[in-house]
Ligand binder design. Structure first.
Ligand SMILES: [Zn+2]
Length: 656
């Protein structure tokens, strides 16, 4: 266990060093020290037989799927029955020893291991059948990809996002998620795994499915999982014969408001697994455990009105506004209604008596409407452009209202916000409020207009909050973005599924040239040839490009922008035979450590990869090369000895 702790520590340290080196170009560690830590980690991985998904010795590339495949569970996943009071739990336990743990609120997952390797990850789904999400689970923060136990086994656990990561990430999204659970579920089920990498998803193990492993008690099972390298859910033991007061005290240790992860209760499970099994199961739940849910304190107030807004995608968001209530020390007066079904169910009308609560003690929700006057009509036109709204069913089965008018100013504002945002074109000072004003006045109708604000200077100066100084500041911010990289611009365009990562790949492919990118589209280039590009992204690019209304928005910007080649700090990155090539190194090399060769390849502008595929350009072969060499030969990939590699560098005038 100490080894596993040390491994987690090393992974964190190496990750920080990598970030400093690659992302900020400001190394915080000497190469020698780096190699030493790296080697220590690799040695520990060999010793423990465990490799975690975030380990730098693995470069798990983000796969892109066309769709998720349905998979049947080996055993039905039932839920736990619920107890509503401490007295109920005390009675349920009947004096038996139990394990008490958090009931995490995320997405339940099953991980299958075969021969000590993660073979498949499946969502809970309806309990009988789930979906294969191996591609995203493989790049979660803490999933063991390799475990020392070689027997087949299944681990159940929860895919979760901490409150901290949730708040940080939500701030960068156009349409924030209501709860970390939705974000976790949405992320795990994404087709493009790469988009999930930075989301900080964790897997918390809570159960083992195996006939003979893990011992005879729940406690031993959790210990076993920890030894295999899993992060287990937080738990404690409740002694046999515990009084009701002792149960209450044990529960008091669990304070959801102080916990890093979202939780919706506690789980009590009999420590003696054989006893638990002897209690059997109903069609719905297993009797070996019970769940306790903290009651939400409800507060009564009066509903006043419905607030309606149009989002970037055209979806209409519905928010209930009510009289102030103080919950947990904060004043609350509005609650997002999520969807049309919820709105219909509540039958709200002005003056209705409603009860509200904070879901998971954080997010305001309406629990029920006691008077249901239904006096609040559903909006039938867009609050922004007046177009008739349409009802659409989401993939999750809920209904939403949409404004289908492509030219709707509200959608336009959202698009501008996206274009100017920090992680896209990053035009400082053009926040949502300012852009709303500019769009409403018609000063900006397309992205090109952003570069011609001078024309409306007099009018802009008359709007509240603007003076000569702030206008000059804005002009400066805009001027700074008359040059940008191709990846920035592509990411800013808001092509569905084509974000920053895809932008970087396109930037690399087309050498930072917009013309080359556009020519490729006109030549019907197949984008699925590119790393991490699936059919959906390919189709989205063509669909976006052929949309004439969209083109009116972005094309004018091209008259104002000069595309920069992305700066490379390494001058040798261009003129050498490995620039832009995918290169794999295998076996023991004489002149490089395993990471040393990766860094060398990066400095050459090559793409180091961990496994050989059809897309591999070169395989550098060291001593004791194994299956990668065989695979390269089968696929006809060019192989190089270390000497040949060094010779090619020398020929290009580059030092080894
Ligand atoms: Zn509209």
């Amino acid at each position: 266990m100490q080894n596993l702790e040390r491994m987690r520590e090393l992974i964190q340290t190496i990750k920080e060093a990598d970030e400093a080196y690659y992302k900020y170009d400001a190394p915080i560690m000497a190469d020698l020290d780096y190699d030493r830590l790296y080697d220590e980690l690799a040695a520990l991985e060999r010793e423990t037989g465990t490799i975690l998904s975030s380990s730098p010795t693995q470069r798990v590339s983000g796969e892109v799927l066309e769709s998720l495949t349905a998979v049947r569970h080996t055993r039905p996943m039932l839920s736990a029955d619920k107890c509503k009071s401490v007295a109920d739990i005390h009675k349920y336990l009947g004096g038996h020893e139990a394990v008490l743990s958090w009931k995490l609120d995320g997405l339940t997952l099953v991980l299958r291991y075969e021969n000590g390797k993660l073979a498949q990850a499946i969502t809970r789904g309806d309990g009988l059948q789930g979906e294969d999400v191996t591609h995203t689970v493989r790049i979660m923060k803490n999933v063991p990809l390799v475990i020392p136990c070689k027997e087949p086994l299944e681990v159940r656990g929860e895919g979760v996002i901490s409150w901290k990561e949730f708040h940080a990430l939500n701030g960068t999204l156009d349409e924030p998620y209501a709860h970390p659970r939705n974000l976790a579920a949405g992320s795990v089920r994404k087709l493009n795994a790469e988009e999930v990498r930075e989301r900080g998803l964790s897997f918390m193990a809570f159960d083992l499915i195996s006939d003979n492993l893990g011992g005879s008690t729940k406690w031993e099972t959790l210990r076993f999982l920890a030894q295999m390298g899993f992060t287990t859910v937080g738990y404690s033991i409740l002694a046999a014969g515990a009084s009701e007061e002792a149960v209450r005290q044990a529960m008091d240790f669990y304070q959801p408001k102080e916990y890093a992860y979202p939780t919706d209760g506690l789980i009590f499970e009999f420590n003696d697994l054989a006893y638990g099994r002897s209690l059997g199961a109903t069609g719905h739940h297993e009797n070996r455990m019970t769940a306790f849910k903290w009651p939400d304190t409800r507060y009564e107030t009066k509903f006043r009105r419905l607030e309606v807004a149009t989002t970037r995608t055209g979806m209409i968001s519905l928010t209930a506004v009510f009289d102030d209530v103080v919950i947990d020390g904060t004043t609350v007066n509005h609650a997002y209604l999520h969807n049309l079904d919820n709105f219909t169910r509540l039958a709200l009308g002005p003056g209705d008596t409603i009860s509200v609560y904070k879901a998971n003690m954080i997010i305001p929700q309406i629990a029920e409407n006691k008077t249901k006057s239904g006096g609040c009509p559903l909006p039938d036109v867009c609050p922004c452009c007046g177009s008739t709204l349409v009802v659409r069913q989401s993939s999750g089965g809920t209904r939403q209202l949409y404004c289908d008018n492509e030219a709707c100013p509200a959608r336009l504002v959202r698009k501008f916000v996206h274009f100017c945002s920090k992680t896209r074109m990053e035009i400082k000072g053009l926040d949502e409020q300012t852009l709303t004003t500019f769009v409403q006045h018609g000063w900006v109708k397309n992205y090109g207009d952003l570069y011609e604000l001078e024309r409306h200077k007099e009018e802009i100066l008359k709007t509240p909050g603007f003076g000569e100084k702030s206008f000059a500041r804005l002009q400066k911010a805009v001027d700074e973005r008359r040059t940008c990289t191709l990846n920035q611009f592509i990411a800013a365009l808001g092509i569905p599924e084509v974000g920053r990562h895809a932008g970087r790949i396109l930037n690399r492919k087309f050498g930072g040239s917009w013309d080359a990118f556009e020519r490729a589209i006109l030549d019907q280039f197949d984008f699925t040839q590119l790393e991490d590009f699936g059919q959906v992204m390919n189709d989205n690019i063509y669909c976006w490009y052929s949309d004439e209304e969209e083109a009116k928005l972005w094309r004018p910007a091209l008259n104002h922008i000069t595309f920069l080649k992305e700066e490379t700090t390494m001058p040798e990155a261009q003129n050498n035979p490995f620039a832009g090539k995918t290169v794999v190194a295998t076996g023991k090399l004489e002149n490089y450590t395993r990471d040393g060769i990766q860094m060398k390849l990066l400095s050459l502008g090559a793409r180091p990869a961990s496994s050989v595929s059809k897309k591999t350009d070169y395989l550098i072969v060291g001593e004791n090369a194994g299956s990668k060499l065989t695979k390269a030969q089968t696929l006809g990939v060019t192989t190089l000895t270390e000497q040949q590699f060094l010779q090619m560098l020398a020929d290009a005038g580059i030092e080894a």
